[in-house]
Structure formats: C-alpha cells, structure tokens
Design a protein around this ligand. Sequence first.
Ligand code: PAF
Length: 286
Amino acid sequence: MSRTMVRVETIPALRRTLGEWRLRDERIALVPTMGNLHAGHLQLVRRAREIGDRVVVSIFVNPTQFGEGEDFGAYPRTLEEDAQALKGAGADLLFSPSVAEVYRRPQEQLSLIHLPGISEMLCGASRPGHFDGVATVVCKLFNMVQPGLAVFGEKDFQQLLVIRRMTEDLDLPVEIVGVPTVREKDGLAMSSRNAYLRPEERKIAPNLHRILREVADKVRAGEGNLVGLKSIARAELTELGFRPDYLEIRRAADLAPPKPEDRRLVVLAAAHLGRARLIDNLPFRR
Ligand code: PAF
C-alpha cells in the first residue's frame, strides 16, 4: 500500500494537519520512534493502522534519554529511507522535529518526568536518567500530537511499563497498545542497534533469546531455584562472549521480584556484545 503521507517538522505545522483530522472526529494513533526503521517498527505502524483512523509516526533521536558516553552521536539516522518505508506501511503523517523544536531550553533547565521505582531498576540502574528522558519525550509527544492511542514494542518491556504508568499517573487520555517483539529468523530481536554487530558477533547474538527461552522453559517446568537459574544463564552468556549487564526473572505486571504465588512472569536481559548493548525479554506464565 502506498498513500499520501504528510511530512512536518514543526509543532504548528503538525497541529494544523491534526486539527483538520480532529474536526472530522478521526482517531489518531501515534507511533513514537527514533527512526532507522526496521520490520519491528513497521509492525507497530500496521497495528496503529488497524486500530486508528490516522497514523502519525514521529522520528526523533531524543538526546535526553542517552547518557554520557552513550551512542547519541552515532545512533543511525536514515530519515529519507524511513520516510519511504512509512509511506509503504500506510502512515499518514511523519513528524520529524529538530532537537531545538522539542527542547526549547538548555538540558540543565528542562522539566523532566521521573517515575520512582520502575524507572530505577534493570535498564534504569545501568543507564541512570534514561527513563526520565523517555517519559519526558513521550509525554511531550503526547501533548504535541494528542493521540487517542499510542503503539509501542514489547521488546522494550520496561519502557512500555514506564509509559503505561506515566500515562496512568498523569491522567493522560491515551490508550497504550503493546505489540509483541518482531524477531529475525534465528530469534534475534530486531533492533536498530543490531547494526553495530560485526559478522562474527551477529552469529552469537541469537543466543541471548535462546538462553531466555531456556530459563522460561525451566521455570514453567517447575524449577524454583531462580537464583541458581539466573547465575547459570549469566555464566553461559559470558562464556559465549557477551558482557551481561543483568538477567532477571520478574513479575510481568510491575517488574518486582516474583513471589511464589505470582503466575505472570518475564525474564529480561541486557548484555553487551562488541559495540552493541542488546536487550531482550520473554513474558511467560508458570
Ligand atoms: O523506543 C524508542 O524508540 C524510544 O525510546 C521512544 C519511545 C521513541 C522515545 O524516544
């Protein structure tokens, strides 16, 4: 499907187009991205297309969610290719603002949204301030676009929970829709950062998903020694050449350590492989 797609870079231009759609009572679906789109992103756009009348995709490499020494400068920027792909996937509007359009004050003067607890563990512990940047930019995008719904990938499981909680805590009138992780044939979760992998690392990378699957299978089969399971899995990752950041089994609803009676769990991991920091997760029931 190829259709007309409006491209805007400023908030006033965005509001003009959205205003016309809103007058016609059309339900606006937002897909926030940082660009360098792959099949996983296009799946989010297709889901948005199914449930919304109009699909807005934002492409914005958000500086406030990158820490010092992280890959903000190197993050792949492929706007023209992304625009072509979005047209094909059925997006109605591409919003690609500049940093100055989104953040009109110096970084140290910005108002930031902080969610205690959920944003401080796992990826939040290894990347302090990361989820403050994510919550802030997503809240700003919600205010700019005022969508009825917004679509996010479950690959960023903790991010999805942070956004759900922020939306609830701040009474934002946006339905949050999660879409299951899209994987390569060998199981590797699709991610823009996979481009950082060298050919020999790319061959090792799917083991992350395999190990998560094995952990989930063992817990499902009744293994109760979660501490032992996690340390064996981390050792296997290290043996394969990963530098594990964390590998945890948590309660799926809030990422708290699971109690024996909890049924809906998720195993999550982050591990460095060469230049890439890979994250993955597998929700499951026991
Ligand atoms: O998942 C992402 O690409 C980003 O974290 C998001 C949600 C677009 C916010 O910058």
